[in-house]
Design a protein around this ligand. Sequence first.
Ligand SMILES: [Cu+2]
Length: 283
Amino acid sequence: MKTLKYIFAILIISASFTSCSDDDEDTIEPNPVEGLHKIYEFSEADHTVEIYSAKSTLEVGYNEFSIRILDRANNNYISNAELTWMPMMHMESMSHSGPHSVLQNTEDNTVYKGFIVFQMGGNATDYWELTLNYKFNGQEVRITQRISVVQPADGFRKIQVFTGSDDIRYILAFVNPKNPQVAINDFQAVLHKMEDMMTFPVVENYKITVDPRMPSMGNHTSPNNEDMVYHSTTKMYEGKLSLTMTGYWKINMKLLNGDGETLKGEDVTEAHPESSLYFELEF
Ligand SMILES: [Cu+2]
């Protein structure tokens, strides 16, 4: 019995020593995927692809991804993967891709980041696949996996696919604020046009007007909103969204081209309480 107690004492002491020395080390790297959900993990013979997202499920609309590849031989995440990707939706009558960024190697060079806008969700017959192309130990690898894309749980509109008055097909997707506040929020969205089933270039230098309304309270608006304009650094449309109270807001918008012509949406008036171009949120 005494021996056992002695052993326990040693175990406890050594455990506390270990944690002490851990605390003292300032060389510990911040976890580059901290706070993200690992939504997929694809195991190949000698390596594993890990796919992370801010939300626990992929939703119709704008989705941010962080991807890294674990070399299981040495337990290191590789930094020379030259990772590219292609989302594809397979529908009964046709297949198409969706707007997506290139993947950028970030943080400690092992996390590849990018976004995909899913225009629609999967169902019994239609589904999304994600193809990843990368280099591992000098070999070109291509994997294709089915991924699940669902409608947002709150049912609110965070993306709109529409034909402009110029007969071009556009996709506008909400990016921020992810956690709206009673404040003047930074407002961000991405705008792409559909050239064909596979090609969705970013639309630059248009303008998106911003008019948030509370339909349940006389359709009042808020002061100090700022229209969204294109920023070449982020490749996004950025403006200000003023939310003066919590509750349900409809964010009415108009899309204007470089000549100031309205391609989609209308002004909100007494007779016309909402624009045909809008996002919704509730907080
Ligand atoms: Cu589709």
